[in-house]
Design a protein around this ligand. Structure first.
Ligand code: F6P
Length: 535
């Protein structure tokens, strides 16, 4: 097979991308009165309009041909059947198994993992029942009323976002806090708020070696023992771990019965469906965690079986490819018009940028084309008063993915219609722009318009629909990574910083006594270190 960029279909798409510049989005609607309907997908409570883009039926057909030429169907099958598609780490990628019914078979290295998954789910359910009923008590008999979740990256962003998004479903009488940053200020300010005797710590780390998490967990443990004036035995009543690395959790001092495992076929950024989702189950109730899994499973089934032109993840992915590779747009804004989805962009940053922010393909070839976009976003309407000026008028064109919720989450009268009027207005303003001399006379107020956006509407924000939304984006990222030829499931780029930080930490520890010792560091780094640490 020729390299992707030399294939006939890729080159045809490049030509279509150039041609597309000659016909604006507005003109496309004028030419095709059915455009809105033709470029909308409705599926299982989701409404997705991508008509405000420069795509047409020709370019869409070629994008489908590109996906076929790249053997997308085979790639999907490979993922769902547990092949080691994470080639660098030689692992299967089966987060989809975590949300499937127990009767489904998911094979990893010849073994059906469904029973393990459901055994962990059952253990999580039991813990939730015990904490909620008060059967689980702290060291001096107090009922648990506070959860502190300690984790970082994929072991934090997903659960944090979901708990905030679905907080109207939260169980009465249970508070939750998340500590991720190794900055002691994060842990300290959290510990100041809680009662040690009624607090349960969840230590979430797939590897159980991540420096930030282990440091925060160690300090939390020390604080617990000192503040509660409790014995080591009491740790079992206040510390629980979620990890693949059971041995490291035991070494840390977690009781074996309090370890909730998952398989290494679950990547960190795809792990909120595993035991890493325990804070979700505790805070929202196990039945709501189950509904979240069900929503994701429904999207998995849709992704597996819907034809390409009706397939939401595939369509979203191909639109992204169109913008990234054939229109030349390097950035992507994710704009949820829902306060409860305020952390969705940050969560998605990890899923997308850690998966597809890569310049080398899965065979080690440096790639000549762009891959994962620079992704940012904020909840609407807050973003409008922050960076939308850039989105409307800068030379950089940023495609926007708007997410809206049809029914309101609050009962505050009149607000929801205002919110919806803004999301509708923004996609329209991006498209139509404002021409000098037509409605205004001042050139500085002119803006070109013709800026693409898509609008995804959820009927309501529920555990089920949130599960659908998250799985939709996971599969979008999988499709894009596959077509670009990437391994979307490793993250070698973040390793170097971790290694260097260890060396620098050792140097800092020594520097007070050996200030003038040659560090072997570059002059800028050396100078910063001198400024920070020399007395
Ligand atoms: O940032 C790198 C990373 O490995 C992420 O992929 C992962 O989600 C995060 O660190 C935390 O890792 P762990 O769950 O092993 O502590």
């Amino acid at each position: 097979m020729p390299p992707l960029e030399d294939s006939a279909v890729w080159q045809q798409l490049e030509q279509f991308g150039r041609d597309a510049q000659h016909l604006s989005i507005v003109e496309r609607f004028e030419r095709d009165p059915k455009r809105a309907e033709s470029f909308t997908i409705r599926s299982d409570g989701l409404y997705f309009d991508y008509s405000k883009t420069t795509l047409d039926s020709k370019s869409l057909k070629s994008l489908h041909a590109l996906a076929k030429a790249q053997k997308l169907d085979e790639a999907k099958k490979a993922m769902f059947s547990g092949e080691h598609i994470n080639t660098t780490e030689d692992r299967a990628v089966l987060h989809v198994a975590l949300r499937a019914p127990q009767s489904a078979q998911y094979m990893v290295d010849g073994r059906n993992v469904s029973d393990d998954i459901h055994a962990t789910l059952n253990a999580m359910e039991r813990l939730c029942a015990d904490v909620h009923s008060g059967a689980w008590r702290g060291h001096n008999g107090q009922k648990i009323d506070t959860i502190i979740h300690i984790g970082i990256g994929g072991s934090d962003l997903g659960p944090y976002m979901v708990c905030d998004a679905l907080k109207p479903y939260a169980k009465d009488g249970l508070n939750i806090h998340f500590v991720s940053n190794v900055d002691g200020a994060a842990l300290q300010s959290t510990l100041q708020k809680v009662n040690v005797d009624s607090t349960l710590f969840l230590i979430a780390s797939k590897s159980f070696t991540t420096e930030e998490t282990i440091k925060n967990a160690t300090s939390a443990r020390q604080w617990f023992l000192q503040t509660a004036k409790a014995s080591e035995d009491s740790i079992a009543k206040h510390f629980v771990a979620m990890t693949v690395n059971k041995i490291a959790a035991i070494d840390f001092g977690i009781d074996t019965d309090n370890i909730f495992p998952f398989g290494d076929y679950v990547g960190g950024r795809f792990s909120l469906w595993s035991s890493i989702g325990l804070p979700i189950a505790l805070y929202l109730g196990f039945e709501n965690f189950r509904a979240l899994l069900n929503g994701a499973h429904a999207m998995d089934e849709h992704f597996r079986s819907a034809p390409m032109d009706k397939n939401l993840p595939v369509t979203l992915a191909l639109i992204g490819l169109w913008h990234r590779n054939f229109c030349g747009y390097d950035t992507l804004a994710i704009m949820p018009y829902a306060q409860n989805l305020q952390h969705f962009p940050a969560y998605l940053q990890q899923v997308d940028m850690e998966s597809n922010g890569k310049e080398i393909d899965r065979h080690g070839r440096p790639l000549p084309y762009g891959t994962g976009p620079t992704l940012f976003g904020a909840s609407g309407t807050n973003g409008q008063h922050a960076f939308y000026q850039h989105i409307h008028q800068s030379k950089v064109i940023t495609p926007c993915e708007f997410v809206a919720i049809k029914s309101p989450l609050s009962s505050v009268e009149g607000h929801h219609n205002t919110l919806l009027s803004h999301v509708i207005a923004q996609s329209r303003a991006l498209m139509i722009g404002r021409k000098n001399g037509e409605t205004i006379q001042q050139p500085e107020k002119y803006f070109s318009g013709n800026r693409p956006s898509t609008t995804l509407i959820l009927e309501a924000l529920t555990p089920f629909s949130l599960g659908q939304l998250l799985a939709l984006y996971e599969h979008k990222i999988f499709v894009q990574g596959h077509i670009w030829g990437l391994n979307s499931f490793d993250q070698p780029g973040v390793e170097l910083g971790k290694i260097l930080a260890k060396g620098i930490a050792q140097y800092i520890a020594r520097s007070k006594t050996a200030q003038h010792e040659s560090s072997g560091l570059d002059p800028s780094t050396q100078q910063i270190m001198s400024y920070l640490f020399e007395e």
